[in-house]
Design a protein around this ligand. Structure first.
Ligand code: KG4
Ligand code: ZN
Length: 327
């Protein structure tokens, strides 16, 4: 196995991790910009990349100090190649290239979603064939994995990603950014009392969340126009119930159809308590990543890179980032 230094900078987090033999996490430093982007109600790409430039060296130094290892103990340098915001990706990849050249180590360009999926391999062992339910701010996908590092996207969202739907609902309800964790918390204080449309159920493995999102926004608007107050906790609970039912039912259907050994959940929305509770007693084992690896972090990139290192999937030094990289 190997010791990997990985950098993740695809959106508004700059993170550097050092992972030994895929299981021993020596450092995972995450510098979040949430407090800055909060003021704008969402991530401002130009600000995100500029802030990454300002903090990348300090985050790298802190990770090396925390790990307490000499740089010659590092076997490879990894960075997120895409998908993500182009300027943000460039900062991490440029730093990784510089380190790879200076330390004479191989460079590994990692797919961000492969990272989210392999966040599940740090403290667990993945059993194949499996099905990954990918639920993040930019993606909602069902990915069939016949064996290690084989990805086949069998379903995806036609419109909003689930995290995007949470965040857009949060913005309209004037909740702090990002809306996902706030709505999750409110949902647990409320009850499912508002009737909302159930998202697409056409027998496929695809998803659609824009109808549900618009229904929540329209219902809130109707109450505002009438001068009545809607129960926000109940609205959050009604939205979350319908959303997690759509995710879990499709994932379970696909898992049965494809006879997988387990379902692994990946991406920021895997932190959602409603989804965790809903899938806890499924008739197929469902694995969630530990909370600390749910949202963007470099440990997950290092974990995916550990597998790529094993198969010698190295990248040339003139590798370019790919904002719309396919899995
Ligand atoms: O994976 P991630 O950190 O970034 C992307 O790759 O997109 O996911 C961020 C998304 C945001 O939309 C955020 O609102 C959502 O994950 N999220 C949650 C929860 N925690 C984070 N959504 C619902 N419930 C949560 N507890
Ligand atoms: Zn992510």
């Amino acid at each position: 196995m190997a010791t990997i230094l990985a950098i993740e900078s695809s959106c508004d987090e700059m993170s550097v991790a050092i992972l030994r033999d895929q299981k021993e996490l020596l450092a995972n430093v995450v510098a979040s910009q949430i407090d800055i982007h909060k003021q704008y109600g969402g991530v401002v790409p130009e600000i995100a990349s500029r802030k990454h430039v300002e903090c990348v060296s300090a985050v790298l130094r802190e990770a090396l100090q925390t790990a307490g290892i000499a740089v010659d103990e590092i076997d490879a340098i990894a960075a997120t190649k895409g998908p993500g915001l182009v300027g943000s990706l460039h900062v991490g990849m440029q730093e990784a290239k510089t380190l790879a050249i200076a330390l004479h180590k191989p460079l590994i360009g990692v797919h961000h979603i492969a990272g989210h999926i392999y966040a599940n391999a740090i403290e667990n062992t993945i059993h194949y064939p499996c099905l990954a339910l990918v639920v993040s701010g930019g993606h909602t996908e069902l990915v069939y994995m016949a064996s290690e590092f084989q990805f086949e996207v069998i379903g995806q969202t036609f419109d909003d990603a689930i995290g995007e739907a949470y965040d857009k609902v949060g913005r309209v309800l004037h909740l702090p950014y990002p809306g996902g964790p706030v709505i999750d918390k409110m949902a647990h204080a409320g009850k499912h009392s508002y009737k909302l449309p159930v998202p697409l159920d056409d027998g496929s493995y695809n998803f659609s969340f824009s109808g549900l999102k618009s229904a929540v926004i329209n219902l809130n608007h109707k109450y505002e126009q009438r001068g009545e107050t809607i129960n926000m906790d109940d609205l959050a609970c009604s939205f979350q119930d319908v959303a997690v039912e759509a995710l879990s039912s499709k994932a379970l259907k696909a898992a049965h159809d494809l006879k997988v050994k387990e379902i692994i959940v990946a991406g920021g929305v895997s932190a959602n308590k409603g989804l965790r509770e809903k899938m806890a007693n499924s008739d197929i084992p469902v694995i969630f990543p530990p909370m600390k690896y749910c949202t963007d972090n470099a440990a997950m990139i290092a974990s995916a890179a550990s597998v790529m290192y094993k198969y010698k999937k190295f990248s040339p030094l003139d590798i370019s980032v790919k904002p719309d990289y396919d899995l």
